[in-house]
Every structure is written in structure tokens, then in C-alpha cells.
Design a protein around this ligand. Sequence first.
Ligand code: NAD
Length: 297
Amino acid sequence: MTRVAFIGLGNMGGGMAANQAKAGREVMAFDLSAAALDKAAAAGCGKAGSVAEAVKTADAVITMLPAGPHVRQVYAEQILPNAPKTALLIDCSTIDVESARAVAAQAKAAGFRFADAPVSGGTAAAEAGTLAFMVGCDEADFGAVEETIAPMSRITIRAGDHGAGQAAKICNNMVLGISMIGVCEAFALAEKLGLDGERFFEIASKSSGQCWSLTSYCPWPGPVPTAPSNRGYEGGFATAMMLKDLKLAQEAAAKAGAATPLGATAEGLYALFDRLGGGGRDFSAILELLRGRVPAQ
Ligand code: NAD
């Protein structure tokens, strides 16, 4: 039986670890939070007392941690010194490209196979095992990465070498942040011009304004019943998370010398919405700000 060490059992990692256990794998789980660890145990995972204990006999190690500094620290201090060299190391957290490449280089120097494999899809997809994975790894390792990820995945695509998974993730989410603001601005303008929102949706969704933010995740309540706009912008993808990803994109753009002026504007608008109290609301709630409805709560 494949032994999987799962580190980081939060909103995303909890459901992902449970799907590894459901697939018949022997999961040794660890989180700093006792409550998260208990929840994973109830879903069929074994409880480890530390990262070192979780990884010591693992065939694969999966991490799902908040940000770059956590990933750097856990790998350098706990995973690399304690996991068997045969273990396949996969980091699914969303982190900066530089940290992903640094951890990959350390892992490789220590004799490990490593992949950065951030995900698209929220907690519902994590629980359902339908996340999309974008992978940065050596080509020769991709088959093993794909097989390890399979119980958590709807689709897994190799983006390129180490760091390319994180690059794909932040570029994709920059498109999403920008396009959502564009759609929200159009609804705010339509409203001022006396154009009915539902009618505007009907037209734009069949015209060249069509995009995912409009037709799958419409910020205007009504036209897309499954969108968070119909439940007061609760759940979904939090503004604070979108802001994190837009910041990562801006940091990467500054280091790489890329011009991303709309990404910078999107980051500024989400930072403002966050400061006005919108951080916990779905990112499509930025419509409220653009309609002049502040404070956000
Ligand atoms: P979360 O804060 O709910 O979970 C992170 C977990 O890591 C926490 O339970 C925390 O206790 C644990 N942790 C922190 N340091 C640790 C350590 N040293 N050892 C062991 N455990 C430790 O976050 P989340 O929403 O599950 O997100 C995880 C990652 O996935 C983030 O990088 C996030 O950007 C990314 N992501 C989140 C979503 C989403 O919708 N929530 C979607 C896509 C990607």
C-alpha cells in the first residue's frame, strides 16, 4: 500500500488528505492544529506527532501550507532531513516562484524528486477530489506525480520545470482577478445607464464580452444560480486569497521585469476592498465597491 505523508490539513488540505485515504492509501497526517488533525483522523488518516514522524517511512510527501516561508521552513528543517530519499515530494501550496525553485533545488541536491503542484478550485473541489493541478517538475517524474495526485484531481497538467506550476497558477489568477474587475465595472456602468443587469448578462454572455467571470461566476446576483453573488458573496474564493495571489504575481513581475499594469491595478483594488472589510467575502463582491457601496460589510 502506498504510504502518503500529508502536512497541512486546513481548509484545502483536510479534504485532499481525506481523498488520499479514501483511495486506499495509508495516510500519515500532521498539522500544528490539533482540531485539524482530529478531523483528518476521523476521515481515515493516521495521526503523526510531528512532520518528522509523518514522513519517516513515506513513499510520497504532500504539503498544503499557507505561504512560501512555511514551505521553506518545513522542507529545510523537517522533511529533507527525515524522509526516505525514495519519497516523492509534492508541494501543493500556492507560493512564490522563487521559493518553489529554492526548495526544489535543495530537495534535488539532497537526492529527492520534487514537484510544485498548486491547485485551482476551492474547498468544495478539494473535498470532491476535483481540483486542477499545475505541475512544475522534471519530465521523468511527471507520471509518478500524476499518479500520486490522482485521488485529489480532475485534471493534472505539467506546466514545465520546477517553479512552472506556481508561475501558471499566479498568471491564471491574475487573469481571473483582472477579468472579474472588468465584468464588475461593466455591471456598475450598465446600472448607471439604466440597463437591466439580467438583460445585460443575456447580451454580453452571447457577445464578445463573454468570459468565465461573467458566465460561470457572475458577480451580479441572478443570472448564474451557483455563483456566490446569490448567497451574499459568502463562501467561494475569498478576497484575501485573491489578494495573496495578485501580490505574488506582482512580486514575480517585478523580479522578472514584466509589465503587468492591469495586474497592479487589480492588486490595488483588492487591497482597498480588503481594507474596507471585504477580505472574507468572495472576490466577486468587489462589485459592491465599484457600485460605491462602502463599507463592504
Ligand atoms: P489554511 O490556512 O486553512 O491551512 C493551512 C494549514 O497549514 C493550517 O491548518 C495550519 O495549521 C497548517 N500549518 C501551518 N504551518 C504548519 C507547519 N509548520 N506544520 C504543519 N502544519 C502547518 O489554508 P488553505 O485554505 O487550506 O490553503 C492552503 C494553501 O492552498 C495556500 O497556499 C492557499 O493559497 C492555497 N489555495 C487555497 C484555496 C482556497 O480556496 N482555500 C484555493 C487554491 C489554493
